[in-house]
Design a protein around this ligand. Structure first.
Ligand code: FAD
Length: 438
């Protein structure tokens, strides 16, 4: 069995933003990659729907930005904190340098379908839907692939590397035995959608705070995605209080939405997000690496989850493509990905724990002083500091850029490396050429 060639170079468990971006980055360099996705499609509501400047820049590097931006989206140029008599800008993306000075708010379903279409042009890449991973295949402590269920049948797949990108409730993480550090019990969020109307405010992601309630609202073009913070573990009590209590809470914080809130009448219209801030101490074992939410769950505060998941994927592509193409992947390469990414995740999470406590203190306590208004005012007076929150949201603390050697024009290098391993089946250009990618 050991002598047999693996079925794939890389198995990616989970076709979320981290898994699909990584699959695309690997596939375009000729790495054979299989994505196993438990769901039957990418149709999903109430997920992170923000594409940050770092992601837009990456799509430009890949020659995909034009087509991406033809998909339905809105643009948020700022994030604001809104109280009854005061509105404060938490992050002003319009002041950023660079070409993309906004967050694109796009349904995750559109984004993932877009990545899937791009990926389908590479013959060495495939996405298996309805494929739920259940077991890691291991020999001598080395992960060599997975066992999964698809259409009622058990299948196995082997690979030089298995990447767990299966989100916050990661099965891969549970199977790996890697210890998880939970930093904060956090709060929880109830999400729902309401139609948007002409004349509604727009162009910003807003956090409304009033009457002991925190509500976040994101403009999705035809609808608002609204999230109401509730105390951690308070779901049963909220459910007992019913939709009327949710309507009251949101209406107090967002009075202009009060009339439309009547449409929120069934509990089934609400979706619970259990907020968590946690991370793995170690992201890898021989033959296995975890990335995105599977390696670190980030609170929705600041909307950093997708950005960090995609930046993990970019770091993987930069550090692992060469060793994979040369058939020389070692545990130290996986450790390098964690080294590159984990310190900034840790710093961002530390900041989030503080912010979470602020939000947690206001939920259910109208008197609580929750956001450091004085500090915000000071930050807003200093031009350099004023740009900092926007920069960190847009790019993270240390942005991951696709290494120049993996830019489209350098596909010749991948060919050389693949040739060095003597594999004739490598294909670094998509079928039909690079000009029309979708
Ligand atoms: C309601 C909500 C609002 C959010 N808002 C924001 C926001 O505004 N901005 C932001 O940046 N982030 C936001 N987030 C967080 C963001 O959605 C996540 O951080 C991001 O999707 C993580 O990407 P990922 O690829 O790591 O994991 P996921 O997107 O969770 O993808 C994991 C995938 O793995 C699949 N999977 C799971 N188990 C298995 C298995 N055993 N076998 C095969 N496949 C499996 C799942 O079906 C899923 O498709 C929000 C999250 C939620 C829930």
């Amino acid at each position: 069995m050991h002598a047999a060639l693996p079925d794939s170079d890389v198995i990616i468990v989970g076709g979320g933003p981290a898994g699909m971006v990584l699959a695309l980055l690997f596939a375009r360099q000729g790495v054979r990659v299989t994505v196993l996705e438990a769901a039957h499609d990418f149709d999903r509501m109430f997920r992170g729907d923000t594409l940050h400047p770092a992601t837009l820049q990456l799509m430009e590097t890949l020659g995909l930005i034009g087509e991406l931006l033809t998909l339905p989206h809105t643009r948020a140029v700022s994030a604001r904190y809104i109280r009854p008599h005061r509105t404060q800008v938490l992050a002003d993306f319009s002041r950023l340098g660079g070409k993309y000075r906004y967050l694109a708010v796009m349904s995750q379903m559109h984004f993932l379908n877009f990545l899937h279409r791009a990926l389908s042009r590479y013959p060495g890449a495939r996405v298996e839907f309805g494929a739920r991973v259940q077991e890691l295949l291991e020999t001598g402590g080395q992960v060599r692939g997975v066992r999964y269920r698809q259409g009622g049948a058990e299948q196995t797949l082997s690979a030089a590397l298995t990447v767990g990108a299966d989100g916050r409730y990661s099965k891969t993480r549970a199977l790996s035995g890697l210890p998880l550090l939970v930093l904060s019990p956090g709060q929880d969020v109830l999400w729902f959608s309401l139609p948007r109307q002409a004349g509604d405010p727009g162009g910003s992601i807003d956090l409304y705070v009033d009457g002991g309630h925190c509500v976040v609202a994101t403009d999705h073009g035809e609808r608002w995605q609204v999230g109401l913070s509730i105390p951690k573990g308070g779901y049963a009590r909220s459910r007992e209080a019913g939709t009327a209590a949710v309507r009251r809470a949101v209406g107090a914080a967002m009075p202009w939405l009060a009339e439309r809130l009547e449409r929120l009448s069934e509990w089934s219209q609400l979706r619970l997000l259990s907020v968590e801030v946690s991370r793995l101490r170690r992201w890898h074992r021989p033959g296995l690496l975890l990335i995105g939410d599977a390696a670190h769950v980030i609170s929705p505060i600041g909307g950093l989850g997708i950005n960090m998941a995609i930046q993990d994927a970019v770091a993987c592509a930069n550090l692992l493509t060469g060793p994979l193409l040369q058939g020389a992947l070692r545990p130290r390469h996986l450790a390098a990905v964690q080294r590159r990414r984990s310190w900034q995740i840790a710093l961002l999470q530390a900041q989030q724990v503080i912010e979470e406590r602020e939000v947690g203190s206001v939920v259910g306590d109208p008197q609580a002083i929750h956001v450091p208004v004085g500090l915000l005012r000071a930050v807003n007076r200093l031009p350099l500091l004023r740009r900092l929150p926007a920069y960190v949201t847009a790019y993270g603390l240390w942005p991951e850029r696709l290494a120049a050697r993996w830019h489209p024009a350098r596909a010749d290098l991948a060919k050389t490396l693949a040739g060095g391993r003597g594999e004739g089946e490598r294909q670094e250009h998509p079928v039909g050429g690079e000009a029309s990618l979708i």
